[in-house]
Design a protein. Structure first.
Length: 140
């Protein structure tokens, strides 16, 4: 950590690798915006942080409005059922959200989309998605 504070990034990298602290090396790469290196470390040495790394990468893509890449990494992180609808709804990308829900063929996403459509008084469309989600109690 001291080497990083002193601007000696290469030395810090070597020290982290020597003592096999790949978790800290991963965090260092994330902090410096070196996402490709962070991902490489997570995939090869720091597997316990892999999903967290995917999630953080998705957040970076979301911030830069690269929604396609953000979706890809939210899916890899296993957080797509909540994060993708939140992201696209906040960005006002309703067409993209509908296409995503339709292409995903995921019951949880279909149910969420049906709830959203129902809240917008689009009952006929909501009923279609409740059927796809096999959520018969909501359909009634």
């Amino acid at each position: 950590m001291l080497a990083i504070q002193l601007g000696m990034k290469e030395e810090a990298k070597k020290l982290y690798e020597e003592c096999k602290r790949y978790d800290l090396l991963n965090k260092m790469y994330q902090a410096t915006g070196e996402w490709d290196k962070s991902l490489q470390v997570a995939e090869t040495h720091d597997r316990i942080s892999l999903k967290t790394t995917y999630f953080k990468m998705a957040k970076q893509f979301e911030i830069s409005k690269d929604f396609e890449r953000a979706i890809e990494y939210y899916e890899k992180a296993g957080a797509h059922q909540k994060e993708v609808p939140r992201m696209l709804l906040q960005a006002g990308e309703l067409d993209m959200l509908q296409k995503y829900v339709e292409s995903a063929q995921d019951k949880t996403l279909n149910k969420w989309w049906a709830h959203y459509l129902e809240s917008q008084s689009r009952i006929e469309e909501a009923m279609r998605y409740y059927k796809l989600a096999e959520d018969y109690s909501s359909l009634v």
